[in-house]
Design a protein around this ligand. Structure first.
Ligand SMILES: Cc1cc2nc3c(=O)[nH]c(=O)nc-3n(C[C@H](O)[C@H](O)[C@H](O)COP(=O)(O)OP(=O)(O)OC[C@H]3O[C@@H](n4cnc5c(N)ncnc54)[C@H](O)[C@@H]3O)c2cc1C
Length: 414
């Protein structure tokens, strides 16, 4: 079986690249082994919130000029990065995903009530232009009884520092008793699935009306809109006051919905998705990949003219380590990583972690190499790339989207 392009990975980067190629009429296959980082997303995308020296970033597309030459944004060219970033909202809107953002970073609440910068906010992530902005003066913070992945007390503490008075309530719905009987079932995604039913949402809204006093704003966890944003829009209209949605602990309802919608957009554009299979290796001849091998297909190789590696970082299994080295496990590509194990990480969990900046080594066209020899029909995109400390910089989704768009354009240019 032969395709124009085979993309290895099923996360934000793979899907962005696949959609762009499929929409341009390319016969494209995505092979994905499992969950992607989108399932754990905060409900927002980051482009750049902090420079490597720790300086906070207000205008990410201006600040990218200060990044080192090894950073993916600089490698592909600052003008290209700006152009792809500027096209992102329209690209996602075409997939049915509405994102809010400007040239300045927005502020969103984390699940613990802290405020963090973000570039683009998903529909159920309330994001503010300024850290000081507030929707109202009296907040009603509502959760679902038995749900342990949202912390109304922390949120209230944070809002009260802004002069917003808060009251926390939890609503008990009979329809959620099945989930409540087992704490591990009472997760945001399961609640959101239940809340897809109009009747259950109506009961929830009725309870809010019953407990509401003189509050002028409602705060809810992200437990609506599993399949699409219909339930979310419905809740917004029905409660009759401004709603601020705040992220829960993982799994992430907005992240999983985004992933589903991207997959739908890819298939609608004619792409082929092969979920639950894992690329195990490739046949490489004359500096080019001829075919890739997968766990399910054994020695039967899948051929293509171009290949994209979008397997993620350590979390996605795009990178791996043993006691002595960091390596790329699928194709044995060259990596940028410290050889000294004691430089890989800090033992303090909340410190900046060097290993997050490790990744596959590429040239400026994002071609990786093996044993020093570039592979001319292979591109790497997303968090498998070296040079971006996504967690520290707040650049994870930006790098995934922008490098994927760049790789797609390189393939389209031929
Ligand atoms: C837990 C977590 C939360 C994050 N939250 C945010 C956030 O809120 N905002 C933000 O901007 N950034 C966030 N990030 C950063 C994140 O890395 C990027 O936002 C982005 O989603 C990464 O996309 P990706 O496609 O490069 O990699 P991934 O999302 O990791 O996807 C890699 C995919 O490749 C598949 N794969 C791996 N090996 C193979 C193989 N051999 N064969 C087939 N498939 C394979 C994996 O199963 C996975 O589906 C988060 C990262 C993590 C780890």
């Amino acid at each position: 079986m032969k395709f124009d392009t085979i993309i290895i990975g099923g996360g934000l980067s793979a899907l962005t690249c696949g959609i762009k190629l499929a929409k341009a009429g390319r016969d494209c296959l995505i092979i994905a082994s499992g969950e992607s980082a989108l399932s754990f997303n905060s409900g927002s995308f980051g482009l750049l919130s902090r420079l490597p020296d720790g300086t906070a970033v207000e205008e990410p597309l201006k600040a990218i000029e200060q990044l080192p030459s090894s950073h993916p944004y600089v490698k592909i060219g600052i003008d290209n990065t700006r152009r792809y970033a500027a096209s992102a909202k329209e690209f996602f809107a075409d997939c049915g995903i509405s994102l809010r953002g400007t040239e300045r970073n927005l502020w969103r609440y984390t699940s613990s009530g802290k405020m963090k910068r973000c570039w683009l906010a998903m529909e159920d992530t309330t994001a503010f232009v300024s850290r000081e902005d507030k929707v109202g003066d009296k907040a009603l913070i509502v959760t679902v009884k038995g749900f342990q992945d949202f912390f109304p007390g922390f949120v209230a503490e944070s809002l009260e520092k802004k002069g917003i008075s808060c009251r926390c309530e939890s609503i008990e719905l009979d329809e959620l008793d099945m989930l409540r009987s087992n704490a591990s079932e009472m997760r945001a995604t399961n609640i959101a699935l239940t809340m897809e039913k109009d009747k259950i949402r109506k009961s929830f809204v009725k309870e809010i009306s019953r407990i509401r006093q003189d509050e002028d704003m409602l705060i809810l966890p992200q437990i609506f809109g599993y399949e699409d944003t219909r339930a979310l829009e419905d809740i917004r209209k029905a409660v009759g006051m401004p709603v601020t949605f705040i992220s829960t602990l993982m799994p992430s309802v907005p992240g999983i919905r985004t992933q589903k919608m991207l997959k739908k957009a890819f298939e609608a554009a004619g792409g082929t998705l092969m979920m639950g299979d894992c690329v195990t290796g490739a046949v490489i001849e004359g500096g080019k990949i001829k075919s890739v091998l997968t766990s399910n297909l054994g020695s039967y190789g899948l051929e293509a003219d171009n290949f994209v590696l979008a397997t993620g970082s350590f979390f996605g299994k795009g990178l791996a380590s043993d006691f002595t080295k960091i390596y790329e496990p699928v194709l044995g590509l060259d990596v940028d990583a410290s050889e000294k194990r004691d430089e890989w990480y800090s033992s303090s969990f909340f410190d900046r972690q060097a290993f997050i900046g490790f990744g596959v080594k590429t040239d400026n066209d994002l071609h990786p190499s093996r044993d020093g020899e570039a592979i001319s029909n292979l591109y790497a995109a997303g968090s498998v790339l070296s040079g971006a400390e996504s967690l520290y910089e707040g650049s994870g989704a930006g790098v995934a989207i922008i490098t994927a768009m760049y790789a797609a354009d390189k393939i389209l240019e031929g």
